[in-house]
Design a protein around this ligand. Structure first.
Ligand SMILES: Cc1cc2nc3c(=O)[nH]c(=O)nc-3n(C[C@H](O)[C@H](O)[C@H](O)COP(=O)(O)O)c2cc1C
Length: 335
């Protein structure tokens, strides 16, 4: 009806004005949904938050436990243990069960932490005191090896793995062997990953590679996710070119396309026998600005994530990073 009386250019203008008017609402809607569900600055308000915090601090302890030899700092992690104790208490207070994967992983990680220290003859009484006696008794009663660290051998190149084996075998590796990553292998990895799908095949992802040790050191100091580990010989910054997007409803797509590409790249690096660890790009304005300048990233690109890459040590110790079972993930509707 409207199309008969209103000329096409006016209709287009009206549609454009309507889309523009929706923009603040879209962004505010995102923020509102996020704010209602996510923890308010690490204070859990629902069981999901308590789980996330248990994973966060279990992971931090597992990373500390994965440090070997002179890199291991006995007695590390007082803040993480304190926060893990609070998160486990919150989980139980909010009605969570003691058989939940995240709770069991947390308990098992605390047990692994205590066992590693006791094996080194380091007293753990002060660390045990960070947990209320009934929680400590529960932790001790959980006989599980879900938490802590594991030693992973490099897969023999003579036995090619199928995709399920590759996916199950890939782990984040934060220690790197000596030497540098051959540029041809980096090119090969991106060549594999460039087959990743993207919205309407717009291919917004860019991969910036750095091999200058001083620059990588500075970048990782700003990024903050590999503190306590030696820097990798190669650092990749996965970004998305925002000029590839054409409407406000696409505002999250750079991170979707970027995330998909980054996963392909991680599998490609694993396939090529390299060690890799994804690193977050959850930056505040200062970090974003400083890293953009340091790494020469155009203003038109957003950071998706970094990836530390290097020769793979064999074997290597890594966090166990337990996964929840399939029924924690898959919801089959209408069955
Ligand atoms: C987007 C993203 C950001 C990450 N950031 C960091 C980081 O800053 N530091 C770190 O040590 N690990 C980081 N990781 C690695 C995760 O800790 C790791 O993937 C997770 O514990 C699962 O372990 P896995 O990769 O060994 O299977 C990140 C992973 C992803 C996917």
């Amino acid at each position: 009806m409207l199309s008969r009386v209103v000329p096409a250019p006016v209709r287009r203008r009206l549609r454009s004005l309507q889309a523009r008017a929706q923009r603040p609402g879209l962004v505010l809607g995102d923020w509102r949904r996020y704010r209602q569900a996510a923890a308010a600055e690490m204070v859990p308000r629902n069981p999901g938050n308590a789980r996330a915090l248990m994973a966060f601090f279990s992971h931090s302890l597992q990373k500390g436990l994965s440090r070997q030899g002179d890199e291991f700092r006995p007695g590390f992690g007082v803040a993480a243990l304190t926060a893990l104790s609070s998160a486990m208490q919150a989980w139980l207070r909010l009605g969570g069960g003691q058989d939940d994967t995240f709770f069991v992983e947390a308990a098992s990680t605390v047990n692994a932490y205590l066992a590693r220290h006791q094996a080194l003859g380091v007293a753990t009484g002060d660390k045990e005191g960070l947990f209320p006696p009934d929680l400590l008794a529960t932790i001790r009663s959980i006989d599980s090896d879900l938490g802590g660290v594991k030693t992973v051998a490099a897969p023999p190149s003579s036995e090619p793995r199928d995709f399920a084996q590759l996916a199950a075998g890939r782990v984040s590796i934060r220690h790197f062997g000596p030497g540098q990553v051959d540029r041809d292998r980096l090119t090969q990895a991106v060549d594999i990953a460039r087959h990743t799908p993207s919205v309407c095949n717009r291919q917004p992802v860019r991969v910036h590679a750095y091999q200058d040790a001083a620059l990588i050191e500075t970048a990782l100091r700003l990024q903050g996710g590999l503190t306590g580990f030696a820097s990798p010989p190669t650092l990749l910054a996965v970004t998305a070119d925002l000029t590839a997007f054409v409407a406000a409803t696409e505002r999250n797509e750079p991170y979707v396309d970027g995330g998909l590409f980054a996963m392909s790249l991680l599998y490609a690096l694993e396939h090529l026998g390299l060690a890799a660890c994804p690193l977050n790009a959850m930056f505040n304005h200062h970090q974003d600005k400083a890293l953009r300048q340091l790494l020469d990233i155009p203003k038109t690109e957003c950071f998706v994530m970094f990836i530390a890459v290097g020769p793979r040590p064999d074997p290597v110790v890594v966090p166990k990073s337990a996964r929840q079972p399939v029924d924690g993930v898959l919801r089959i509707h209408g069955a």
